[in-house]
Ligand binder design. Sequence first.
Ligand code: A3D
Length: 320
Amino acid sequence: MARPKIALIGAGQIGGTLAHLAAIKELGDVVLFDITEGIPQGKALDIAEAGPSEGFDGTFKGTNDYKDIAGADVCIVTAGVPRKPGMSRDDLLGINLKVMKSVGEGIKAHAPKAFVICITNPLDAMVWALQQYSGLPTERVVGMAGVLDSARFRHFLSLEFGVSMRDVTAFVLGGHGDTMVPLSRYSTVAGIPLPDLVDMGWTTQEKLDAIIQRTRDGGAEIVGLLKTGSAFYAPATSAIEMAESYLKDQKRVLPCAAYVKGAYGLKGLYVGVPTVIGAKGVEKVIDIKLDRAEQEMFDKSVSAVKGLVEACKAIDPTLG
Ligand code: A3D
């Protein structure tokens, strides 16, 4: 069987890391696309030259021509601009919306059968626009945010409890922004929910609240340290987890920015929800029960996402 083809649209910090991870995990042949000449070609050649030492096979092509993504099985989109210190994700909207238009048209023309994962910010609005511009079915266009936000939450919790990150599960819902909703009730250490761990004296509610806030600010913390851009290692790992679940039909339960029609009382909006990712793309949106406080936080997050979608429509009235 031929190797799957993975097209990475945007060959910057995340794009290059995605290519390296896809190579090491032998997920398939990789095409790195970017508008900047030389960068995708240089990164593709550099990664290919790591093959003999690392022991992976596959082809690695850098390109500035959409024709080279033809027939891709997976497209991961990071094209656009990242944040600088002092910027919010929403400040990127105008520039990145134009980028989504060209990327969506490129995917529609050359890789209409692909499973598309969007990473470009502001995430929930950009994945919505990308789906519209590409015209691909909603179950095959999804945004990466929840896997990363949950991973950050898991990391901070593992530090607090002094346990392996592998034994911490965490749940983050809502939009990828300051209103994201980390859910304590559904987050556990080896199955023990966080509120029980507070009762058991493993931590205090104050410490837990501080961890939740640090999770919400997780992206800004890295931007503040790097100063020249935003996080890229963990975002790339998170998107690769989603791509692998699709390519290997793993049916992983992953929080993603998925198109929600019906669940959570929503009618056609991209927002972070638990999903099942398998060979058909987003195979299920899991509609969990929220208590009143959680529902209020979720509603606030949803209205922030709706605001961004309206801002996109104001810039490009062809979007609907
Ligand atoms: P960066 O290293 O700047 O790479 C972006 C690449 O996109 C550059 O190489 C550009 O040349 C390229 N590009 C710009 N316009 C186009 C175009 N029209 N077509 C093709 N390529 C183009 O950024 P990065 O890799 O650090 O981040 C990429 C995006 O991911 C940004 O929007 C970030 O805000 C976003 N991001 C999202 C998360 C989430 O969790 C959702 C996390 C971290 C970063």
